[in-house]
Design a protein around this ligand. Structure first.
Ligand SMILES: Cc1ncc(C[n+]2csc(CCOP(=O)(O)OP(=O)(O)O)c2C)c(N)n1
Length: 557
């Protein structure tokens, strides 16, 4: 404990005091000898919940998910060298997902730096391309400054990861300084002129589209998006993996810019004459490989609203770049009086047919297992308007995206980075934060990457339901193989353990769906289980995605 009379404490104790001052209430970690003193300082700090994970990628993914839910930086603590490199997948995800995260990493003693000492890594070089800010603290008197800067970098402009590196011996030194705490969060209000210009461009348009991105994830932002869309009568497309931002049944819903949309759908979107992109960086997947809008010069007029000068105008020639907080922009935009918001109704109706037709579920039978859409249909019937999903990455997730009618009261959390292994640790974090059931969909491939965090769910008694779509394959890659190298399957076949038995071994109430008739009982059992539960679904490999089958592909070939 710090000495309360003299304010003398170790740097490790100061670090924990700074975390409290920055509003941190939870850290995800795998312990390591390099930061023992920080763990010891956490022993006395009851305001911070320490969640012990089974792999640093799990701790990192949990921190990223926590941040997606709170809007504050997710915190992970990992050991030097192997711990840090294990966590790197989450650092990359935080960067790709524009999610604030602060990763604390142990380091060798200062006198050994540069000697390739045991587990030494130069993190500035290693994480330089992925993180927004990497700092190695050698002078404990500057620790507070480094932490404040790390939080500021993680939350300013495009949110992302910061790394604070902590040499073991530095953490043990005594310091006397007071806690510095956070800087005020910067919110760039839009200039009234920009909002007026955006509205004027919209008034001139015939076929506008609003593309809403991940920065509109908060509950307030979803309401503001709804208000703005209705006020202007503008159809809404959602950026990659953000299907829960806008009511999918709303007549202004135009669809989700998911992975590689069919050409005719992209062609329809290309008929637009104005794109109003708000809170999205207009990344590779969302823009269908920089095709909609087309880089560098879009066909349509482009208004881009984002609060990072590094994003605006960097890839796309932009007619109106609005350097502003996306939510603040939409708030002002929604308050404007638009002359004829019904003017775009016929255009909106054409667009809305895309997701509406796509989402129409017709039961399908396969001879080699369950068509995963039937399980999604089972979930749709059972889950309420407040369901929380955490997706792993893989083709199985396409069934949820296609057939589940999302509302803004739902949560769909998944890695925009496409990182496999996100699902189970993400669900752990979401259940810990929300205190209620969280459903995670994972493939057999992804589950064996980080499914070990099911042990964390059990340890912390978290109501996580893991649904493993087991098609005995790295299905997504198999699909690409069939498209580009037909009939030459290599490296994608998987021989799996019995996942239901594995779930039981972890202590999760487990079920198996071999055929459609098993769906009701398995889902009822899993969703009403006391704590963690697992459902293994033996899925059809032929129905390899929600959009095509292997047999259709081989006919084409
Ligand atoms: C960490 C990581 N490794 C590799 C990949 C490349 N990859 C994308 S999807 C996929 C296969 C996913 O298989 P599975 O989890 O079984 O789901 P499925 O596609 O079969 O539904 C792979 C290997 C990735 N995205 N992330």
């Amino acid at each position: 404990m710090p000495d309360s009379r003299t304010n003398v404490r170790t740097a490790a104790q100061l670090l924990v005091a700074e975390l409290v001052a920055h509003g941190v209430d939870r850290v995800f970690c795998v312990p390591g000898e390099s930061y023992l003193s920080v763990l010891d300082a956490l022993y006395d700090e009851r305001r911070i919940d320490v969640v012990t994970c089974r792999h640093e990628s799990g701790a990192g993914f949990s921190a990223v998910t926590d941040a997606k839910l709170t809007g504050r930086p997710g915190i992970a603590m990992v050991s030097r060298g192997p711990g840090a490199t294990n966590a790197s997948i989450a650092v990359h995800t935080a960067q790709q997902d524009a999610t604030p995260m602060v990763l604390f990493v142990g380091q060798v003693e200062r006198r050994d730096r540069g000697k390739r000492a045991f587990q030494e890594v130069d993190y500035v070089r290693t994480f330089g391309d992925m993180a927004k800010y990497v700092v190695e603290v050698h002078d404990p008197a500057r620790l507070s400054e480094a932490i404040t800067h790390a939080f500021r970098a993680a939350t300013t402009a495009t949110p992302g990861p910061s790394i604070v590196v902590l040499p073991e011996d530095m953490l043990l030194e005594e310091v006397t300084g007071a806690v510095q705490g956070p800087q005020p969060r910067l919110v760039a209000e839009p200039a009234p002129q920009s909002v007026a210009e955006a509205a004027a461009l919209l008034e001139k348009a015939e076929r506008p589209i609003l593309i809403a991105g991940s920065r509109l994830g908060s509950a307030e932002a979803r309401q503001v998006l709804h208000r703005a869309a209705e006020a202007a009568g503008v159809p809404v497309l959602l950026s990659f993996r953000q299907q829960d931002l806008f009511e999918n049944a709303h007549p202004l819903y135009a669809g989700h810019l998911g992975y590689m949309l069919p050409k005719d759908i992209v062609a329809l979107y290309q008929e637009s004459d104005l794109v109003l992109a708000v809170g999205t960086r207009l990344g590779d997947v969302t823009t269908q490989g920089y095709v909609f809008p087309t880089a560098p010069r879009p066909k349509q007029r482009l208004i881009h609203v984002y609060d990072d000068p590094a994003v605006l105008g960097a890839v796309f020639a932009t007619d109106l770049a609005v350097l502003a907080d996306p939510v603040a922009f939409l708030r002002s935009f929604a308050e404007r009086k638009f002359a004829e918001p019904r003017r775009f109704a016929a255009w909106a109706e054409r667009l809305h047919r895309v997701p509406a037709e796509m989402a129409r579920w017709e039961p399908k039978q396969a001879s080699d297992g369950v068509v995963f859409g039937a399980v999604i249909e089972g979930l749709r019937k059972r889950l309420g308007d407040d369901a929380v999903f955490v997706n792993d990455a893989g083709n199985f997730s396409g069934w949820l995206g296609r057939y589940f009618p999302f509302k803004p009261s739902h949560r769909l959390l998944g890695p925009v980075s496409g990182a496999m292994g996100f699902g189970v640790p993400g669900a752990v974090a979401a259940a810990r934060r929300l205190g209620r059931r969280v459903i995670t969909l994972v493939g057999d491939g992804g589950f064996l990457m980080t499914g070990n965090e099911l042990a964390t769910a059990i340890q912390y008694r978290l109501p996580v339901t893991v649904i493993v779509a087991n098609n005995g394959s790295y299905g997504t890659i198999r699909l690409h193989q069939e498209r580009f190298f037909p009939g030459r399957t290599i490296a994608t076949e998987l021989k799996n353990p019995d996942f239901a038995k594995l779930g039981e071994a972890f202590g999760a109430k487990s079920f198996r769906i071999d055929r459609n008739a098993d769906i009701d009982a398995a889902l009822d059992g899993a969703l009403s289980a006391e704590g963690a539960s697992l459902v293994e679904v033996r899925t059809s490999l032929d129905y390899i995605s929600a959009f095509t089958t292997l047999s259709a592909l081989s006919r084409k070939a």
